[in-house]
Design a protein around this ligand. Sequence first.
Ligand code: PGA
Length: 252
Amino acid sequence: MRKTVIAGNWKMNMTPAKTAEFIKALAPMVAGKDKCDIVLCVPAIDIPAAVEAAKGTNIKIGAENVHFKASGAYTGEISAEMLTEAGVEYVVIGHSERRQYFAETDQTVNLRTLAALNAGLKAIVCVGETLEQRELGYTETLLKFQTKMALTNVTAEQMKNVIIAYEPVWAIGTGVTATADQADEGNGYVRAAVAEMFGAEVAEATTVQYGGSMNDGNAAELLAKVNVDGGLIGGASLKTDKFTAIVDAANA
Ligand code: PGA
């Protein structure tokens, strides 16, 4: 049985004060809804406030990126050890915005994934095709390639701490959601790639999320699909009621 994981990705939103306020409001709304793991991935500066506010709740805290080196001359970067010591349990890696705006490559995604796993963090690894790649018919090839590149040198044992988020780039922040069938198909390609690398048993146990304009209105239909084991949610994770509705859909 694989775990359903509902994770918010706040991106560059919320201050530390707003973070504390948000989590205090959200905690009673999602209390006891334990058919899914509930995660908020927050900006680095918000992590201490988030960890403090989430204490004693069923909300887990994630970061939005991690560097691949343990320490050193990497101005502006944050190590896996810094995150774990701060109480972080999850980290988003290879989000398409990082690939697009911050020169993230399949190689750096792989290195960051290994660093996160070696430090005991749970990695939420993002893959996804652009509209152009989809229209050219490369969705399956691309998703399998990105998945395999990201997981190179990861062990089958470490796969227990890997979540993969299929996020079609054309659906992120656009209000255009993949249809439930498109999400199921994309997630299926990701799972097939995991099966090719690690075997069917590991693939069946791996949580594969869908992300891209998931919201309170479409979550139930998306989550009903056999290959959709949760969501990585941007915009709708910034509103307690919308995020709670998605958690509810995962608990139905
Ligand atoms: P969105 O973002 O829900 O705002 O489309 C999803 C994501 O980027 O993870």
